[in-house]
Design a binder for this molecule. Structure first.
Ligand SMILES: Nc1ncnc2c1ncn2[C@@H]1O[C@H](COP(=O)(O)OP(=O)(O)OP(=O)(O)O)[C@@H](O)[C@H]1O
Length: 596
């Protein structure tokens, strides 16, 4: 019931959006539905007056009534055509222009990223992809179902007031529809049953035409056998289809027989009323006209209602996304990010467990990241390094504990302001299929200048990539839009350059920034990053956090955090950790040996 109310509210809102955006088309669509229903009733009533006027020998009235009947019938038919054109227009204009961006906005601007990572949510996001048209279409289908219900009510009112016996036609029309559907189901089933024989035919046909199998077919002399099998499969498919169509037709004939019997009895009863003088000849004509159209009205009412229900697979995720976005929007007064860092970032007993999992990915992490420091996070696979980075970026809310930025809890900070004060590149960096310059400049849309682009490219050691691009900065990246394909390492350099577009971020997160690079490029990038981090740090107290598997690259960091199973097991400077002889010293030793 709650869900039904939610759907009804959503349809009302969609109708309001549609009315606001395209008032003429929306009103036109609704008018088509209402006028269609009225024209349907007028056709039947006019036919009644044609006959009654003729019985009364009033030729003028009969001609006017006949003209009205023809006009309303034509209107009813042509209105359907206009309705489908207007419906298409609304789907294009409201669905693609309004709803698609609304879905993108709801999904793409939420502060956190759970809805993009958790499978239950991902399924819903997939169902919504490019499906906004189905959302508005469902509202139109509801309108269509209402209009068909109106036709049905009018038909029943007309039939019922003419003679209650005529209402017998309704169950007969419903039975006809049910039997007709059963007939269709038989035909569909036969198409499914013959699919395998069709595949056999296709396969044998392909074999005979293929060069590779052709040699074997000739050398083994298998051609006659293949042809025989092809013939047998074709014969089986033909028989299956014929059987399905025959059975389907029998159901259909049975359906029409039921309708014809109901129709004949009803009309016969009205004729009897005419003889008794309680009905007119026109009533017989009215009953015949409306009765003949009744079956189509029932069928269209059922199919639009079924269509509206069928779109629930898109409506449900759409409703869910709206509610989810509403629940997860930041509300209330929030503090802005500081201009510069004085103390640094404090992690207080930080815990985080991913939705749908039991084991915490980060557990009880407490550490101070001093302002102006370069922090390295190391640890084995799955030890919680990336999760820690995402928590620092505010992409997930801690399950317990807190992150304090110069004493302000991140959960009380305006996340937009925090994000615009930081830069980050993650392991699964984006690949923007646009020009080289744009793919980097997107890292700082507010402050991007040619000089900033040059500096970012240099910091990411991407100058040599840039110089080899055929159209320089304007080279289209990726083949999707006819550009050049670049290697994984080159995509990573573009991502790194993008993260360097902000000249002085307060927090600079680098999650495995060099995983796709070769050893010399990796060292060059690290050296350049270390130098850049120190330079930024002196200006704004900025903190750089680097995740890396390669220990040689992190030795120069001011603070090294060693993670294991989500816990922080060691922290300190390189020399201190080495002399402590713990996990870091052990892993560093293994790493140094394998690279020596
Ligand atoms: N989106 C997610 N949903 C559920 N569990 C996740 C998700 N992302 C990570 N995890 C789990 O959380 C734990 C920590 O993962 P995380 O990616 O933070 O580790 P990591 O140290 O960065 O690993 P790697 O070095 O392989 O990148 C792992 O057990 C991982 O399986």
């Amino acid at each position: 019931m709650k869900q039904l109310r939610a759907y009804a509210r959503m349809h009302r809102e969609l109708f309001a959006i549609s009315l606001k955006r395209e008032p003429r088309i929306t009103v036109g669509t609704m008018a088509c539905l209402v006028f269609g229903a009225i024209a349907f009733a007028v056709t039947g009533l006019s036919m009644k007056y044609v006959v009654d006027s003729m019985v009364e020998r009033d030729a003028t009235a009969a001609i006017i009534a006949a003209f009205l009947a023809a006009l309303s019938f034509t209107l009813d038919r042509s209105i359907s055509g206009v309705y489908y054109i207007l419906q298409r227009e609304l789907i294009d204009k409201v669905g693609h222009i309004d709803l698609d961006p609304a879905i993108m906005r709801a999904a793409g601007t939420l502060p956190e990223v759970d809805h993009l990572e958790h499978t239950e949510f991902l399924d819903r996001m997939t169902a919504l992809r490019n499906k906004a048209w189905a959302v508005i279409w469902s509202t139109l289908l509801v309108g269509e179902a209402c209009s068909m219900a109106l036709r049905l009510l009018l038909a029943l009112a007309i039939l019922g007031t003419t003679s209650p016996w005529l209402l017998l036609m309704l169950p007969c029309a419903a039975v006809q529809l049910i039997l007709d559907r059963r007939g269709q189901a038989h035909e569909k089933q036969s198409e499914l049953d013959l699919a395998e024989d069709k595949r056999i035919q296709d396969h044998l046909f392909e074999l005979c035409l293929s060069a590779s199998a052709g040699k074997e077919i000739r050398s083994t002399g298998a051609a006659p056998e293949l042809l025989e099998r092809y013939g047998a499969a074709a014969d089986r498919a033909r028989t299956t289809r014929l059987r399905g169509q025959f059975t389907g037709s029998l159901w259909r004939i049975a359906g029409w027989c039921v309708f014809a019997i109901g129709f004949t009895i009803s009309i016969g009863l009205v004729i009897a009323q005419v003889q008794r003088g309680t009905a007119t000849a026109g009533d017989v004509m009215l009953a015949a006209t409306i009765g003949a159209m009744l079956r189509e009205v029932v069928s269209r009412a059922v199919s639009s209602a079924a269509g509206a229900t069928g779109t629930i697979r898109v409506l449900e995720p759409y409703l869910w996304l709206r509610e989810y976005a509403e629940e997860h929007r930041e509300t209330g007064e929030r503090k802005p990010a500081p201009e510069r860092l004085t103390d640094g970032i404090r992690l207080r007993n930080l815990h985080f467990t991913y939705r749908g999992t039991e084991t915490p990915a980060v557990e009880g992490v407490s550490v101070d990241l001093p302002a102006g420091s370069v922090v390295a996070v190391v640890g084995e696979y799955g030890s919680g390094k990336t999760t820690l980075m995402k928590l620092l970026a505010g992409l997930h809310r801690p399950s317990a504990g807190a992150i304090e930025v110069d004493g302000t809890d991140l959960s009380e900070m305006d996340i937009e302001s925090w994000r615009s004060s930081m830069s980050a590149t993650f392991q699964d960096f984006g690949r923007y299929h646009t020009t080289f310059a744009e793919a980097i400049a997107i890292g700082d849309l507010r402050g991007g200048s040619a000089a900033a682009l040059d500096a970012a490219v240099a910091a990411a050691d991407a100058d040599s990539l840039r110089s080899r691009l055929p159209d320089g900065d304007q080279t289209q990246l990726g083949t999707r839009f006819g550009g050049v394909e670049i290697s994984e390492g080159q995509w990573q350099k573009v991502a790194l350059a993008r993260s360097c577009m902000r000249p002085a971020p307060l927090l600079f997160l680098l999650d495995e920034p060099t995983a796709s690079l070769d050893a010399p490029s990796e060292q060059a990038v690290f050296d350049s990053y270390m130098a850049r981090s120190k330079q930024i740090a002196s200006a704004t107290g900025s903190i750089t956090v680097i995740v890396s598997h390669r220990f040689s690259t992190v030795a120069g960091a001011d603070l090294i955090l060693v993670m294991k199973h989500g816990r922080l097991i060691e922290s300190g400077g390189h020399d201190a950790l080495l002399s402590a002889g713990g996990t870091y010293a052990e892993l560093y030793g293994i790493h140094a040996a394998s690279y020596s």
